[in-house]
Write a protein that binds this ligand. Structure first.
Ligand SMILES: [Zn+2]
Ligand SMILES: [Zn+2]
Length: 283
């Protein structure tokens, strides 16, 4: 399983020299398998570059899973080049909202007042699929969802394939004291990407905003026994140096708690390969 980060920023794109290293594009992560399937998690502005890469390898068959429809998770969609190619097959999955509502949301952001080309003008064959309670299967992967704690609702995804587990859980406020369903959902994951937008002190003024602090993410990783945790959905005002300081604070906390898992911050262009059992470990 090859996980690639195309956008790690939350809320709004934040380009500039102070954010160049971790990147300014909003949420988009791809997951690829040896068998060729492509899963896309969220369509923030990062999806534009992923689309450029995929368009060079057409025909494209891709499966898009949206955590929810806040701007930073859908705004890149009109710039996803494969959507303009007749050879593309795109399936867009909805979980917490009906198919028609999801279609309407993506269609509405492309009406004339906002965008020069309408959704109906896209050449790709696009199918909307409602996720049932059970898992969705794509190639070797089995994808399940959990409802997040976020204004307006949303979902996180657990992708199990080839004996390995990757959990993508963003725009999720862990501070409600009801972590059990998230601990269960993340249990034993090889890789967890989680929203860590806030500093612990910022939570005091951001209760109910639907995001977490890095200390809460470490608590979740510890309780769920994950192997690697990646901080995601960086605040748009957070500079590279400030994200470095967050990672440093995490490592200090982990040292004091005797944690054995790994922790780092997501950055654009980062590739995380989760090896299947029996494959030689990373050099
Ligand atoms: Zn977001
Ligand atoms: Zn959101």
């Amino acid at each position: 399983m090859r996980v690639e980060i195309w956008g790690a920023r939350g809320s709004i794109a934040a380009p500039g020299e102070l954010t160049a290293r971790y990147g300014g594009n909003t949420a988009c992560v791809s997951v690829r398998f040896d068998s060729g399937e492509v899963l896309i998690l969220d369509a923030g502005t990062g999806i534009r570059r992923l689309g450029n890469v995929l368009a060079r390898q057409q025909p494209v068959t891709a499966h898009l899973f949206l955590s929810h429809c806040h701007w930073d998770h859908i705004q890149g969609f009109p710039f996803f080049k494969p959507a303009y190619l007749a050879s593309t097959r795109l399936r867009i999955y909805s979980h917490h909202m009906p198919r028609q509502q999801l279609r309407k949301t993506l269609t509405d952001q492309m009406v004339g007042a906002y965008f020069p080309l309408e959704f109906s003008g896209l050449s790709a064959s696009i199918e909307f699929v409602k996720m049932d309670e059970g898992p969705v299967r794509v190639g070797p992967a089995e994808i399940t969802a959990v409802e997040t704690n976020h204004p307006g609702g949303g979902v996180g995804f657990r992708i199990a394939a080839e004996g390995r587990v990757f959990v993508y859980l963003t725009d999720n406020e862990l501070a409600d004291g009801n972590h059990e369903r998230f601990i269960d959902f993340c249990r034993g994951a090889d890789l967890l990407i989680h929203d860590a937008q806030y500093l612990p002190k910022e939570l005091e003024t951001h209760q109910g905003w639907g995001h977490s602090s890095y200390l809460e993410v470490l608590d979740l990783a510890r309780a769920a026994g994950v192997r690697e945790v990646v901080l995601f959905h960086h605040d748009p005002d957070r500079t590279d140096a400030e994200i470095d300081a967050i990672v440093h604070a995490c490592h200090e906390e982990m040292r004091q708690r005797g944690d054995r898992f790994e922790c780092f911050a997501a950055s654009e262009g980062m590739v995380l390969t989760i090896l299947t059992a029996g494959e030689p470990d990373r050099a």
